[in-house]
Design a protein around this ligand. Structure first.
Ligand code: NAD
Length: 292
């Protein structure tokens, strides 16, 4: 398949790499730079998102936030300028479900299908091609793109229509944030009580409290390795989507609000670009005690 990939950062680079390895012909664009590791494998870097859309049948986006998707799709030199009827636009970034529905309508008006297909699993899952992919959009387009999804991920679900993929991702980010908070509190408590937090984490990994977050983020907290991974500023963006949607829907999300405040506290101390496991730094400040 001729595949376009726009946004080649922490996630996009390994994801595009798997598609090249699977034998697809890739056309790549990033506003900053296309990594040489991808062009060295035979992919073509082009000068704009419009060029990507002209060359590819399926155009994938993996950029930070809603305004970046808007710009890449509808800005000057954007995807919309290069599209012709019958192509499929697949946004794998995590963005607003509300704006996603509007983007889909504008792409549909050009005779093309739109899938929102955000992912979970982090940089580890992107590199291992084991991402969870939650999709919103028409079933026919989903079936066409599924072989590409299968090269990047494992648990791939068509949840419903456009926007439903992004709504699922917001739900995912609520669970992840609250679980990071729970793991941080538990390890902080154990450490202050005099137990070795590394051993506590290891002991809990077999039981009812085990989770991918205890495994991966718990280890980062114990080892003090807060290199991203998933940056706090991106998780703040996702919880913003959760809290603003919740307000519109008249749903209370009290612990999501607390988790956002803890991210805000770490960001206030210069930590926006740290991995989201660094939320524990805010808890450590409140306790006047570091885990390790
Ligand atoms: P990143 O900042 O590392 O990469 C984004 C890339 O998009 C950058 O290279 C940037 O230059 C490029 N870009 C921005 N605007 C662009 C435009 N208009 N046209 C072309 N390129 C543009 O971010 P990331 O960590 O790869 O995350 C990407 C998306 O995936 C985000 O929505 C994030 O929430 C989501 N996500 C990230 C993770 C993770 O662990 N990093 C996990 C799941 C989902």
């Amino acid at each position: 398949m001729n595949v376009g990939f726009i946004g080649l950062g922490i996630m996009g680079t390994p994801m595009a790499g798997h598609l090249i390895d699977a034998g697809h012909t890739l056309f790549l664009y990033d506003v900053v730079k296309v990594p040489a590791e991808l062009t060295d494998k035979g992919a073509t870097a082009v000068a704009s998102s419009a060029e990507v859309a002209k060359n590819a049948d399926v155009i994938i986006l993996m950029v930070p936030d809603t305004p970046h998707v808007d710009e890449a799709l509808f800005g000057a030199g954007g995807v919309a300028e290069g599209l012709s009827a019958g192509k499929i636009v697949v946004d794998m970034s995590s963005i607003s479900p509300v704006e996603t529905k509007k983007f889909a309508e504008k792409i549909n008006a050009l005779g093309c299908d739109y899938l929102d297909a955000p992912v979970s699993g982090g940089d580890v899952g992107a590199k291992a091609a084991s991402l969870t992919i939650m999709v919103g959009g028409p079933e026919k387009a989903f079936e066409t793109v599924k072989p590409l999804f299968e090269k990047m991920g494992k648990n791939i679900t068509l949840v419903g229509g456009n926007g439903d993929g992004q709504t699922t991702k917001v739900a995912n980010q609520i669970i992840v944030a609250l679980t990071i908070e729970a793991v941080g509190e538990a390890l902080l408590f154990a450490s202050k009580a005099g137990a070795d937090p590394a051993k506590v984490r290891q002991a809990l990994m077999g039981g009812f409290a085990s989770s991918r977050i205890l495994e991966v983020h718990g280890e980062r907290m114990v080892k003090r390795n807060f290199n991203p991974g998933f940056r706090i500023e991106l998780h703040q963006k996702d919880l913003n989507l959760a809290l603003s949607s919740a307000r519109a829907l008249k749903v209370a999300l009290p612990n999501t609000a607390t988790a956002q405040e803890l991210f805000n506290a770490v960001a206030a101390r210069g930590g926006s670009k740290l991995d989201h496991s660094a939320m524990v730094n805010a808890l450590e400040l409140l306790a006047n005690h570091d885990i390790a």
